[in-house]
Design a binder for this molecule. Structure first.
Ligand SMILES: CC(C)Oc1ccc(CN(CCC(N)=O)C(=O)c2cnn(Cc3ccccc3)c2-c2ccc3sccc3c2)cc1
Length: 255
């Protein structure tokens, strides 16, 4: 019978009746494809950026929950069609969003001992976005609590081809012999080289696809999908995902 641990008592957070999560079987690394902002807004006759705004509030709440429940790494991927397909006002809004997010939320992230990291092609972001993100990473680099990892302009196949090129050039230089190449060497060349691999992937809005996200790193992860649009995603959905994760692991226990 699973041992029932109530959540750590935390005055600040409204207590939710725990499903009976086992404290010592929380996934170490949860990756989330945050999808559904646009449809959420459309269903309400609101502009798409209203969905992104609502989605930002959910990011803050889920980060709090993940750090409270003991997740070690939380990787967030804003599933977004290429920016060039978006109207200009939406792209401008999105590029401002991180600056607003960090200006209001960085103090709490620091207080919560959260370390902010990114994976992906950082340089294509506008200067003001880069500046805000760099400052957040610099100010939190020594924190050893939850690692909050944002996928920015990230593509898994691009990442993997880049890794192949890095290794191939080392072979060409005679630094590495073909027989030395193994999974570990390949993993070391990925953006995620310093992170443990995800053990749970969550995707919202009913899509059941990876969309070129962490293709190598998700090889052994549990996948959990929900119809819920990201702006409607809340702690109860996250808790259910953790609960199902624990039950799957329990059912298929073994080595
Ligand atoms: C370190 C962190 C604070 O800074 C950054 C974080 C991300 C990016 C990249 N970025 C915005 C620019 C782009 N590529 O479109 C997206 O991924 C993107 C695309 N849609 N949404 C809205 C959305 C909001 C909420 C949920 C899904 C999508 C976002 C998005 C995603 C999460 C968060 S959290 C703070 C801002 C933000 C913006 C750049 C810097």
């Amino acid at each position: 019978m699973p041992i029932k641990f109530p959540f750590k008592k935390d005055k600040k957070q409204p207590r939710t009746e725990p499903l009976g999560l086992e404290e010592n079987h929380i996934p170490k690394h949860v990756a989330i494809i945050m999808d559904g902002n646009g449809r959420w807004a459309k269903n309400r006759g609101m502009p798409r950026i209203a969905g992104h705004k609502e989605g930002m509030g959910v990011v803050k709440r889920i980060v709090r929950y993940a750090s409270d429940v003991g997740v070690k790494v939380l990787t967030l991927y804003a599933f977004s069609t290429e920016n060039w397909k978006r109207p200009k006002n939406e792209v401008d809004f999105l590029m401002k969003l991180p600056v607003d997010f960090l200006s209001t939320y960085l103090p709490e992230l620091i207080e919560r001992n959260v370390q902010v990291r990114t994976i992906g092609d950082f340089d294509v972001l506008p200067a003001h976005t880069q500046k805000a993100v760099k400052e957040a990473m610099e100010k939190t680099k020594d924190n050893d609590g939850l690692i909050l990892n944002f996928a920015l302009n990230y593509g898994s196949r691009f990442e993997m081809v880049h890794a192949v090129k890095q290794i191939a050039s080392r072979v060409q230089e005679g630094e590495v012999d073909i027989s030395d190449i193994d999974e570990s060497m390949f993993s070391q060349e990925l953006y995620t080289s310093e992170l443990i691999e995800p053990d749970l992937l969550i995707r919202t809005s009913g899509e059941q696809r990876l969309s070129n996200f962490l293709l190598w790193q998700l090889a052994y992860a549990e996948f959990w999908f929900t119809e819920v649009y990201w702006p409607d995603f809340d702690e109860s959905h996250f808790e259910k995902a953790l609960y199902d994760f624990q039950n799957r692991k329990r059912r298929f226990g073994g080595v």
